[in-house]
Design a protein around this ligand. Structure first.
Ligand SMILES: Nc1ncnc2c1ncn2[C@@H]1O[C@H](COP(=O)(O)OP(=O)(O)OP(=O)(O)O)[C@@H](O)[C@H]1O
Length: 306
């Protein structure tokens, strides 16, 4: 039995002249929460739609839950869940009616349907809103309902396309707790995001840019293997210092964070602290630990950012 939830080799999608997904390779183990991190337009949604079988690839091979996707789209559909960016709820149906509709799609009827819907209303804290129109709910409630709909049939693999872009930080946090509950119960999850803090919560992730995968691994490994030194610089005239530093070919990026400049220096520059100190003798400089944003900046070429 395959231990991989998702396996892709050379997966590509072209729309006219535009290559939205370019030779994507993936090996995502079962049971993990895997992230796609990247800016708008980098190909996250297209990749997810290819992996769900909703969109046909231009080239490449995909195996989902151990089976080739091609030719098995229909049978796999029952084993997959998909929550879109816009949540795809019916605004003029109540919370319960939305769930009833999804239940009917998956062939749940009578007592079985009622039981599962009550279970989900309670699990996702929606019992009091069950008669409310979905369109009149808050962002957080809509998100919980969308997750309830996407997991009604207890999918083995769940795709979530930027599920938290429309909710506040508290709801995002709570949502992630629910994802870890699902993961602990054995659900494999692929989630796309453009938030660094969210990506850091994933067991592993791919950094996407312009349809290419630029990096892949656990957040901890990606940070530990960053091919750059991260230096915090403080003192006067940081905007002017930044402009000066980014002229240097060894400086990948310099971005202000509060009272500091966060400077990324290429690994091939010996003694990076001394190097920056020489360039800025009147400033305080200190080496600091990389974060995922640094990984993102370096993976995507760096110099344009900040
Ligand atoms: N049906 C389509 N026809 C033509 N071009 C498309 C189509 N779908 C996506 N694209 C293009 O493919 C590229 C990748 O889009 P995609 O929606 O996958 O990116 P994304 O990373 O999910 O962005 P966002 O976060 O904005 O949804 C974009 O340049 C987009 O314009």
């Amino acid at each position: 039995m395959s231990q991989l939830a998702i396996e892709a080799k050379g997966l590509s999608k072209q729309f006219g002249q535009q290559i939205a997904v370019n030779q994507l390779d993936l090996s995502i183990p079962k049971g993990c929460i895997y992230g796609f991190l990247g800016p708008n337009g980098c190909g996250k949604s297209t990749s997810i739609r290819l992996l769900t079988g909703l969109l046909e690839a231009t080239s490449g091979e995909v195996r989902i839950l151990g089976e080739p996707l091609k030719g098995n789209e229909e049978s796999l559909k029952r084993r997959l869940g998909y929550m879109t960016q816009k949540f795809s709820l019916y605004d003029t149906l109540s919370v319960k009616e939305n769930l009833q509709f999804v239940a009917s799609i998956y062939g749940f009827t009578g007592q079985r349907a009622r039981q599962r819907i009550d279970e989900l209303l309670s699990l996702y804290d929606l019992t009091a809103q069950s008669k409310q129109y979905a369109g009149s709910m808050s962002g957080g409630q809509k998100q919980r309902l969308a997750l309830a709909c996407a997991t009604l049939h207890s999918p083995e693999l769940l795709f979530l396309d930027e599920p938290t872009s429309a909710v506040d930080p508290e709801n995002r946090r709570e949502f992630w707790e629910r994802l870890f509950d699902l993961s602990a119960a054995g659900t494999s999850i692929l989630v796309s995001t453009h938030y660094m803090d969210e990506a850091e919560r994933c067991h592993a992730l791919a950094i996407l840019e312009k349809g290419h995968k630029r990096a892949d691994g656990s957040p901890q490994d990606l940070m530990a293997q960053l091919p750059a030194s991260v230096i915090e610089l403080s003192g006067n005239a940081l905007r002017e210092v930044k402009q000066r530093l980014i002229q240097h070919s060894s400086v990948l990026s310099a971005a202000q964070v509060g009272a500091y400049l966060r400077v990324l220096v290429k690994d091939n520059q010996p003694a990076p602290i001394d190097f920056i100190q020489r360039l800025c003798p009147d400033h305080q400089v200190a080496l600091t630990r990389p974060n995922l944003e640094d990984v993102f900046v370096v993976s995507t070429g760096g110099r344009h950012v900040g």
